[in-house]
Design a protein around this ligand. Structure first.
Ligand code: BTN
Length: 331
């Protein structure tokens, strides 16, 4: 369903968490009460959770802090603000990664274009999975950067990005989060966010890289029914003290800083920090690759970003990212 201007007016009103009568909404929209009611019902079908009380009106079950470009930009420190070529704040789009890739294919984008959306209708996750992306509840952000180096040099970029995200959370005063190879962000073993890097070849050589980050911020249980693993959001993990716009700004700061230096440094300065954030270090794990299962003890990442797996035979195997999944073993 497409969100019209009128839906957006209703969303902006109800985002405050206050009650509005159907008549008040009808007046705001300059439509009949029946139409205002239909707008509310349409939002409910889209996944917004409404709470109606007779005599008071209707409100969103939980207030939403909507994204505001000015607030985000003002919260980015002066040093990194210069790295933001453009902040493209969308209401609804299929996928912020897809948006940047598509725009870049039409006309090459400058390094540091950032795209964020309130909602994705076809959010993409790793291994071809969908990324659940309800309106106003999470962070969906994509960044574009071009690299002259070959594709092999870019293999560690998603790991470096994991470190950048963890540092951003740390700087906001959050703790207890870490990384699961290759690029899941966990909090106390539950998924808090993920990173999807997509690469596009450039006609003049080199590559454009789109780094997509999804962070669960304040997700309703109704929206999350399709998530097939334990998950958590920022507000549950940290008590809701971190504003959504502030979180967006801090992520932009740390991710652009990383992208700006990655061509020169590569993965090297991120290996130790990645291993310090590693949630699975020294844990019994198994690697799933199609039908194949490999058991071992996770020993962090190698200098080139492979997972180091100590097998029961005592032999060490380096696991390349790609179409593999890492799971904790029972014991
Ligand atoms: C994962 O599977 O863990 C990676 C999830 C990445 C989701 C983000 S949300 C912003 C960007 N746009 C997308 O469609 N995907 C990424």
């Amino acid at each position: 369903m497409e969100l019209t201007d009128k839906h957006q007016i209703v969303i902006k009103k109800l985002a405050s968490g206050r009650f509005f009568s159907t008549q008040q909404l009808a007046d705001e929209l300059a439509v009949s009460r029946t139409s205002a009611w239909n707008y509310l019902k349409a939002l409910e079908r889209m996944g917004f959770e409404l709470h109606a009380v007779s005599g008071k009106g209707t409100r969103f079950k939980q207030a939403l802090e909507l994204l505001e470009a000015e607030q985000i930009i003002n919260n980015i420190s002066a040093d990194q603000r210069t790295l933001v070529a453009k902040l493209d704040l969308l209401d609804v789009c299929p996928s912020t990664n897809h948006h940047l890739l598509q725009q870049n294919a039409l006309k090459p984008l400058a390094n540091g274009v950032v795209c964020m959306a309130e909602m994705q209708t076809m959010g993409r996750g790793r291994l071809g999975k969908a990324w659940v992306s309800p309106y106003g509840q999470n962070i969906y952000a994509s960044f574009i950067w071009s690299f002259k180096s070959g594709i092999a040099a870019l293999s560690g970029l998603s790991l470096a990005c994991g470190v950048a995200v963890c540092r951003a959370l740390e700087e906001l005063g959050l703790s207890g989060h870490g990384l699961k190879w290759p690029n899941d962000i966990l909090w106390q073993g539950k998924k808090l966010g993920g990173i999807l890097v997509e690469i596009q070849g450039e006609s003049q050589g080199g590559y454009s890289v789109v780094v997509g980050i999804g962070i669960n911020y304040q997700m309703s249980s109704q929206a999350s029914t399709d998530i097939d693993q334990p998950w958590v959001d920022i507000c549950t993990a940290y008590g809701g003290e971190v504003g959504r716009n502030k979180l967006a700004a801090k992520l932009i700061e740390r991710v652009l800083e990383m992208l700006d230096s990655y061509e020169a440094t590569g993965l090297a300065p991120y290996v130790k920090p990645w291993n310090n954030f590693d949630c699975y270090k020294n844990k019994n794990v198994h690697i799933l690759s199609g039908e194949k299962v490999t058991q071992g003890v996770a020993k962090g990442i190698s200098p080139s970003g492979e997972l180091v797996l100590l097998k029961p035979s005592g032999e060490t195997q380096l696991i390349m990212s790609g179409e593999v999944s890492l799971r904790l073993s029972e014991c």
